[in-house]
Design a protein around this ligand. Sequence first.
Ligand SMILES: Nc1ncnc2c1ncn2[C@@H]1O[C@H](COP(=O)(O)OP(=O)(O)OP(=O)(O)O)[C@@H](O)[C@H]1O
Ligand SMILES: [Mg+2]
Length: 250
Amino acid sequence: MFEHDNNQYDIQFNKGISAGRVNFNTSSSDDYLTNENFKTLRTNIMFCGADIKVIVLTSSRENEGKSTVSAELAKSLAEAGKKTLLIDADMRKSVLLRRNVVSQNFYGLSELLSGQAGIDKVLYNTQDPYFDAIFSGRFPPNPVELLGGERFKQLIESARSVYNYVLIDSPPLGTVIDAAVIAARCDGAAIVVTPGKITVKEVAEIKDQLIKSGCKILGAILNDIESKRTKYYKKYYRRYEYTPSGKRIK
Ligand SMILES: Nc1ncnc2c1ncn2[C@@H]1O[C@H](COP(=O)(O)OP(=O)(O)OP(=O)(O)O)[C@@H](O)[C@H]1O
Ligand SMILES: [Mg+2]
């Protein structure tokens, strides 16, 4: 299908390499409650340990908020001074690409993995110097093959040496296998769950699939799309209010 020589374009994050700059749009940058929740999530990720750098976010079904959460979390980690790369690995239906207008003539993950482009053509800087992104690229005929291939492995290993965190957005694992293939290259997986919308059995099934891929499950991220966020926020606040000496206030 692709006539290009897979080794023609190197996968090395050399200093200053970039395809350009985008103003990365996250959905809720001015929403205080959401910002607070992402700071908590960021803290939880940081406490997972220094060996957890490459993280895939997946869910059971579509529209549970994987793309929104990965973008917000990447932004939040960057704001904390952690150099973060967001990889949009949903090559079947990229939302991040649509949300962040890039020129018509661009390359993304599918072109990188199929050997049609090098890092210099796919790596975008954003308004935050600590936040870079690779968008999905055009829909390839063989996403699973590309994600299971040597170039994806090289991409992750190379990114590891440059970034503090690599977050990977993926398609729903209840629908296609891509996230499990990605997880095999990651240090950890976070499952985005919409409370009340999916069953415990569904979550258990994708958890088993991720474990089979050899990836550590970091936990579930509850994304309450129906806006019960105020309630969760209060809960979080009660649970985490401590004095500087570590003594719990409530
Ligand atoms: N916490 C939230 N509050 C309100 N709206 C949300 C929240 N999280 C996500 N959304 C909205 O829900 C929709 C689906 O979100 P998103 O695209 O992030 O889901 P997804 O899991 O990546 O979907 P897909 O499986 O199709 O890739 C979007 O319109 C998004 O703006
Ligand atoms: Mg998505």
